[in-house]
Structure formats: C-alpha cells, structure tokens
Design a protein around this ligand. Structure first.
Ligand code: ADP
Length: 454
C-alpha cells in the first residue's frame, strides 16, 4: 500500500485540476495560473433563501454584470448592483475568493487580467438530522445537507499559514476529478481519504466541515446534491453499545444508499480517529470487549468498500498523531499536520475578533470621529517599517498593541484565541463601550494568565 502524502506547506507546484485534461472552461477550484493570459478567480454567488431562480440564469446575469464592471479583484464581497432588479431580487451576496495567493505576490488583480468562474448556490436551512442508537443514549451520526447555513463563513474564519486551505481544496478537487474522469486506480493510485492531525483546538474538525461546504459549492454543477455525515467515533465505542458492529453496518448501509445516487456528493467526517487505535489496542490487551476490534475492522472494511464510489470523500481528524491506527494512516491519501497558529495567524485571528467587536459596538468605533481600520499583518509590517507615513484611521500604537497581544498568545490554540476577547471583556472594570486600547491591554494580561494555566 502506498504511503500517505504529507502536505508540505512550501514549494508545492500544485496545478489546477482542470489542466489535467486541458479543459479550462469551468474548473471547480481555480488556481492562480494564467490561462490565455488571464487569472482564473472564483466568484461565489449566494442566493436568497426565498429565491426560486434557475442557477443557470443567475450565473449568466452575474457573468454579464462582471463583464460590465471595471472591478479590481480582491477577496471579499462585492456590492450587488442596485440597478439590476433580477440580481437584487435573487442574490444575497457575491464574493470574490481565492485571489490571496496571487495578490500576495502580484499586488492587485484588475478586471482585464481575470477570468471569473461563477459558482451559484443556495444555503440549506434544514439543520442537522441526528441519528440515535436504539436506546437513545448518544447520537451515532449527524447528517447535513450542504451547503448548510450553519457552516456559512467558517472557511473564511479559519486562518492558517498561507496556502494550507488552498492546497487541501485542490487536493480534494483533484481526487474528485481523477475519479470522475475514470483514471485507472491500478495505474495511478489515490484514495479520497483526508487525515488532519495535530493538537486539540487547532480547527481540524471545523476545517473538514468548511472544506466539505466549499467543495459542495464548487462542484454543484456536477453534483447538485451534497451531504455531510458526521460520525461520532466515540459513540461507536461507548460502553453503552454492545452492538456497535451492527451500528457501523447500519450507518454504512445508509451511506451506501446516499452514494448510489450518482448526483449526490457525500462527505463522511470521522472525528478523533485515534479512538479506533485505542479500542483495538485495549481489545488486544484484554481490557476491552472484543466487540471493539470488530467495530474497527468493520469500519475499515466499509471504508474500503466505499473506495469504488466516485462521489465520496472521507474526512478524518486526530488529536494524537502517534496513536492513529496504522491501518488507518495507510488508507489516507492526504495527511496534513494542523499546528497551533503562527504569529501571523494569531494576529489575523485577533484582528478579526476586534473587527467584530467594533462592528457590534462592544468596542467604541470612532477615533475623533474617524472610522477605525486595522491593517492586516502584511500591512502592519509595512506601517512599522515606514512609521512616518501614517493616517489617523489606523493609529500605530493600536496596531502595535494588537501585535503585542498576538505575541503574548504564543502556544494558545485557535480555539483559545477565539475565546480570549470574551474573557478579556469579562475582566474589564467598565465593560460598556470600551476603548480599544484599554481593551487590548486587558487582553494581553488575559493571554498571559491563560498561558500560565496551560
Ligand atoms: P479541533 O478539531 O482541532 O479540536 P475545532 O475545529 O473544534 O478544533 O476548533 C474549535 C474552534 O476554534 C473553531 O470553530 C474556531 O472558532 C477556532 N479555531 C481553531 N483554530 C483556528 C484557526 N486556525 N483560525 C481560526 N479559528 C480557529
């Protein structure tokens, strides 16, 4: 069996999957590569919940709108044109995505350099459908229709060293494309199993869900229906389940039914797969009923069976790299380490928290009547290297304080970082309409306290 591929964060030259067969008309995941001298950029169009318009019609309308306008292409929302009643009536928002890799190296993209690839979708508001075992103790799995309202915005809120998210997206897209095109697995081998491993709280589960959501949007032309099944690995081994083997069989029977529908794209998320290895070990040492080993084996067998279905992607996470079942690691195609956030990621996470507190008025939004803006990390570095060229909207002292807070958070997980502003706010003496500078200094103290408790 071939060794899993460890994603390297540097020096990769991943290419757009659509280039494999020379088709560049509508790739699911554009890569910042020039095609006919143009850069392919994704434009995601979210329909209003009330819209009943045909996807095709909306796509054409947005394409026409983009042709008419002299936009500069940077990641983020673009205004819905008020004079286009069809778009106004049907579209909730239009967002430009994936330009960051390109923009980082080449500054800014102008409309004539870009070939937009428009993806139109509508969020499902159905919520999760939980499946309980017979005695109603623990749910064995949750099922979501994608793209789901609950995962909206998750992809953008996850911040990693540059390229990790894009690389995962392209690997998954390539895997789907290879299967779709019928590449012979005996000649070129690949699975559709992704394993994210690293310390707890680094966003692995969220990244899996966000990736599934992103792929459901990008592949909606090929797969109009998409589901995510979240399997609770712990529940499978719970002592309450003496019949776990049967549970696995039942679960996969359901998945098999979903997969048989060829317009369905199915994601299976198995969290904390280290519990499989633990169960097997415990069973071997005699401290657990042999039922556990049957469950692990049943799970692996079922996963192998799914390999032949082109429309399944299995996403797995583990908090302990060393303890993952070797049989499992071997099956994973892509094995990516997700570590604690770097200084740059910490700065960006805290910046996004601060922006949210300013937006909601928890922090006072004006500095002598001006609108306060906080530069991104690259912008901050520029400001620090040229301190004389400053503007009143981005006070240098405040930016330095934010950087200081990010530095003080070394070693904290993404999850702790996202909680920190709340803890800092709760520690304030006067929590109403607080000044950002005072807030940041409290946040530095809170970070130091949190770290000392690690
Ligand atoms: P894990 O599965 O690694 O334990 P989770 O996916 O449960 O982590 O992460 C919990 C929350 O922590 C996420 O929903 C997110 O709000 C936050 N988080 C973790 N890592 C990051 C990150 N790199 N960037 C932004 N937020 C993060």
């Amino acid at each position: 069996m071939s060794a899993p591929m460890e994603i390297s964060l540097q020096n990769t030259t991943d290419r757009d999957p659509s280039e494999q067969n020379g088709d560049v008309s509508e790739p699911a995941v554009p890569s910042p590569i020039l095609t006919e001298d143009k850069v392919l950029v994704s434009v995601e169009v979210c329909l209003k919940p009330s819209s009943t318009a045909r996807i095709e019609d909306v796509r054409s309308a947005v394409n026409r709108m983009l042709e008419k306008r002299s936009l500069s292409y940077v990641d983020g929302p673009i205004p819905v044109p008020p004079d286009d009643s069809f778009i106004v009536e049907n579209v909730q928002r239009i967002c430009i995505c994936d330009t960051d890799e390109w923009v980082e190296n080449h500054d800014i993209l102008l409309f004539w350099q870009v070939k937009p690839v428009v993806h139109v979708f509508q969020l499902s508001e159905e919520g999760p459908c939980e499946e309980f075992s017979g005695d109603g103790q623990l749910s064995t799995f949750n099922e979501w229709i994608l793209p789901a309202k609950e995962f909206d915005g998750m992809w953008d809120s996850l911040i990693y060293e540059s390229g990790l998210k894009q690389r995962l997206l392209r690997y998954a897209a390539s895997a789907l494309l290879f299967t779709e095109k019928g590449v012979d697995p005996f000649l070129v081998s690949w699975n559709r199993i992704i394993l994210l491993h690293g310390p707890p709280g680094t966003g692995k589960t969220s990244l899996c869900k966000a990736l599934a959501q992103k792929l459901s949007i990008r592949f909606s032309s090929r797969y109009p229906q998409c589901q995510l099944v979240e399997v609770n690995a712990h529940s499978l081994f719970s002592k309450w389940f003496s019949e776990s083997g049967k549970l696995v069989a039942k679960l996969f029977q359901k998945i098999q039914e979903m997969v048989e529908e060829e317009n369905n794209l199915v994601f299976i998320l198995i969290d904390e797969v280290e519990s499989l290895a633990a169960a097997r070990k415990a069973a071997l040492s005699g401290s657990e009923p042999s039922d556990s080993i049957r469950v692990v084996n049943a799970l692996l067998t079922q996963m192998d069976k799914l390999k032949s279905s082109p429309n399944v992607i299995i996403l797995t996470t583990s908090n302990i790299t060393a303890a993952i079942d070797i049989a499992f690691v071997d099956r994973a195609d892509i094995k990516a380490y997700v570590g604690p956030p770097t200084l740059q990621a910490r700065y960006e996470i805290l910046r996004s928290c601060l922006k949210e507190l300013l937006r909601t008025g928890i922090l006072s939004n004006s500095q002598e009547g001006e609108h306060l803006t906080l530069p991104n990390y690259a912008g901050l570095k520029e400001k620090l290297s040229a301190p004389l060229i400053q503007d009143s909207q981005t006070p240098l002292d405040l930016c330095k304080q934010l950087l200081e807070a990010a530095e003080a958070c070394e070693g904290l997980s993404g999850r702790s970082l996202r909680k920190l502003p709340f803890l800092a706010h709760a520690a304030l003496a006067s929590p109403y309409s607080c000044d950002p500078s005072k807030f940041l200094s409290t946040m530095v103290d809170t970070a130091k306290r949190e770290r000392s408790e690690l």
